[in-house]
Design a binder for this molecule. Structure first.
Ligand SMILES: [Fe+2]
Length: 209
C-alpha cells in the first residue's frame, strides 16, 4: 500500500495536478486579501510556481504527449496559452505592485491560467492517459527538473527577453490615461483601393407588384 502511494506521487499527471491546486489556492488567497504587502508576496510566489510549472511542462511533459496524442490543435493551443501567460508574467516582473494595472494584470493572468488548467485536466490529461506513456518515468523527470529549477532558477523566457528590451510597453496602463477629448491624429496610411461598383443586372432587381 505504501509503495502504491509513493508510486502515485511520482505519476506525472498527479504531480502537474498538484501544481495546479497550489496556484489555484494562491489565486484565491490573492482575491481574498486586501493587504498590499501580502498580495505582493502571493504574486511573487505564484509567478515562481508558474514559471517552474511552465518550464517542466514545455521541456518534458508536452513533447512526450505531443508525440503520442495525435492532436496538434490541442497541443498548439496549450503552447499559445503558455505564451500569453508568460507575456503577462514578464510584464508583472517589471512591476513593483504600485502601478495602476498591477492587480488587473495578475487577475487576468489568474483567469488565463484557470482556463488553461480546465483544458489540460479536461482534455489533454485524459487523452494522454489513454496512450502508452510511462507516467512514472516522466514524473521522476518532472520532480528532478523542479528541484533543479528551484535551486538554480528558471532560465529567462523569450517573452521575458522581449519585455526587458521594451520595459515601458505597458499599453493598458497608458490607454487608461487617454483623455476622452483627445483629437485623433491624422492618419498617414494610404486609403484602401475601392472596388469598382458593378452595375446591377436588370434581371437581378425584383419588382414588387
Ligand atoms: Fe500548462
Amino acid at each position: 500500500m505504501f509503495e502504491s502511494f509513493t508510486a502515485s506521487k511520482q505519476d506525472a499527471i498527479v504531480i502537474l495536478k498538484s501544481d495546479h491546486e497550489k496556484v489555484k489556492g494562491l489565486f484565491e488567497q490573492f482575491e481574498n486579501s486586501d493587504n498590499k504587502r501580502e498580495k505582493r508576496k502571493i504574486v511573487a510566489e505564484a509567478i515562481m510556481e508558474l514559471k517552474i510549472h511552465a518550464e517542466i511542462e514545455e521541456k518534458i511533459f508536452y513533447p512526450t504527449v505531443r508525440s503520442k496524442v495525435e492532436d496538434d490543435d490541442l497541443m498548439n493551443e496549450a503552447d499559445e496559452e503558455h505564451h500569453v501567460a508568460k507575456l503577462l508574467i514578464a510584464e508583472l516582473d517589471q512591476m513593483d505592485g504600485s502601478e495602476d494595472h498591477w492587480e488587473a494584470k495578475f487577475t487576468v493572468l489568474a483567469e488565463n491560467i484557470r482556463h488553461h488548467i480546465k483544458e489540460e485536466e479536461g482534455e489533454m490529461f485524459p487523452k494522454a492517459r489513454k496512450e502508452d506513456i510511462d507516467f512514472k518515468a516522466i514524473g521522476q523527470k518532472l520532480l528532478a527538473a523542479k528541484q533543479s529549477l528551484k535551486k538554480n532558477g528558471v532560465p529567462e523566457s523569450a517573452e521575458g527577453k522581449l519585455m526587458a528590451r521594451n520595459a515601458k510597453a505597458d499599453s493598458p496602463a497608458k490607454n487608461a490615461k487617454i483623455k476622452p477629448t483627445l483629437k485623433l491624429a491624422k492618419s498617414t496610411a494610404k486609403p484602401a483601393l475601392r472596388q469598382p461598383q458593378r452595375p446591377l443586372r436588370r434581371n437581378s432587381v425584383r419588382h414588387i407588384k
